[in-house]
Design a protein around this ligand. Structure first.
Ligand code: HEM
Length: 255
C-alpha cells in the first residue's frame, strides 16, 4: 500500500493530460468510450475523482493480471516440454508468417486456448476471489442473510481433487473438446463449468475479452518466433517460492 498515494497522483496527472488530448490521440483507448470527443470534459470534482478511480483501476487491473498470465504460462510450458512442443507445432502449423498472427486467428487454436485456460487454473490471478455482500438470498437451497460477506477462492477450487483430476499438474488436455485428437477421458469429470477466473455477474472482470485477445496474441507470437528453454541451473519451484498478497510477488533468485 506504500506507493498508493503516488499511484493516485500519477493517475490524476495522466487523466488530466488525457482529457486535454481529447480528440487528438494517435490510438483510441478506453477513455474514448468514457469521455468521447463530442462530450464536455468532466469539471465536477466528484466526477473527476470517479474518473481517477477508473483510470487507476484500468492501470492496475489491465497490467498486472495479463503480465502474470504470460509469466505463468511460459513457466508451465518450460516445465512441460511435451506440452510446449505440441503448442509450438500447433502455432507454427497454423500461420504462414508472423504477420498472419492476429488475435482472431489465434482464437481458433484449441491447444493454445487450452494452455492459457490451464495456466489460469493452476495460477489464477485473483487468488482469494472478491467479496460480495449478500442482499439476503437463497443460494442452492441455503438462505444467506442480508449483509453476510461471501467469497470463494479460485485458487482453492482449482487445486481441489473434488473439482479436477490431477489438480496440481499442468494438463491443458482437460480443456480440449471431445473431438480433439488429444482429448483425454481422464479429465471428463473435471468441473470445468465451475471455474471462473474472471468472476461472474455484474462486477465480473471488465477486461476479460481484452485479456484473452492479448494473451493469445502474445503467446502465439513468442512461440512462433522463439524456441524456448529454461536457463540451465535454474531450479524454480513456483509452489514454494511464489508469494501471493492479493497481488503476486515473484521469486527473485531462481538459482
Ligand atoms: C489475466 C487476466 C485477468 C484476470 C484473470 C482478471 C480477473 C478479474 C477478476 C476476478 C475481477 C474481479 C471481479 C469481481 O469483483 O467479481 C476483475 C475485475 C476487473 N478487471 Fe480484470 N482480470 C484480468 C485482466 C484484466 C484486463 C486486461 C483489464 C482491463 C483492460 C481488466 C479490468 C478489470 C476491471 C476494470 C475490473 C473491475 C470491474 C468492476 O468492479 O466492475 N482486467 N478482473
Amino acid at each position: 500500500m506504500r506507493p498508493h498515494s503516488h499511484i493516485r497522483d500519477h493517475s490524476r496527472q495522466q487523466l488530466e493530460q488525457r482529457i486535454r488530448r481529447k480528440g487528438a490521440v494517435e490510438h483510441l483507448n478506453f477513455f474514448e468510450q468514457l469521455i468521447p470527443e463530442d462530450r464536455e470534459p468532466p469539471k465536477d470534482p466528484k466526477e473527476m475523482r470517479h474518473f481517477e478511480q477508473v483510470a487507476g483501476q484500468l492501470l492496475v487491473a489491465g497490467y498486472e493480471p495479463p503480465a502474470m498470465w504470460f509469466y505463468f504460462t511460459i513457466y508451465h510450458l518450460l516445465k512441460e516440454p511435451l506440452v510446449l512442443e505440441t503448442l509450438a507445432k500447433e502455432i507454427r502449423g497454423a500461420f504462414e508468417s508472423y504477420s498472419h498472427i492476429t488475435p482472431g486467428a489465434a482464437a481458433s487454436l484449441p491447444y493454445l486456448t487450452a494452455c492459457l485456460k490451464e495456466s489460469l487454473r493452476v495460477m489464477p490471478n485473483v487468488l482469494i476471489g472478491m467479496p460480495v455482500v449478500s442482499p439476503g438470498a437463497m443460494v442452492d437451497g441455503t438462505f444467506i442473510p442480508k449483509g453476510v460477506i461471501c467469497q470463494s477462492s479460485p485458487f482453492a477450487l482449482a487445486r481441489s481433487p473434488r473439482n479436477f483430476c490431477e489438480p496440481l499438474r499442468f494438463r491443458p488436455e482437460r480443456w480440449l473438446p471431445e473431438e480433439h485428437p488429444l482429448y483425454d477421458t481422464r479429465f471428463a469429470n473435471d468441473d470445468r463449468k465451475g471455474f471462473h477466473p474472471f468472476s461472474q455477474g455484474p462486477r465480473m472482470c471488465a477486461g476479460k475479452e481484452v485479456a484473452w485477445w492479448q494473451s493469445r496474441l502474445f503467446i502465439a507470437k513468442v512461440l512462433w518466433t522463439f524456441d524456448l528453454e529454461m536457463v540451465s541451473g535454474q531450479r524454480i519451484n513456483m509452489d514454494r517460492d511464489l508469494r501471493g498478497w492479493g497481488m503476486y510477488e515473484k521469486p527473485e533468485d531462481y538459482t
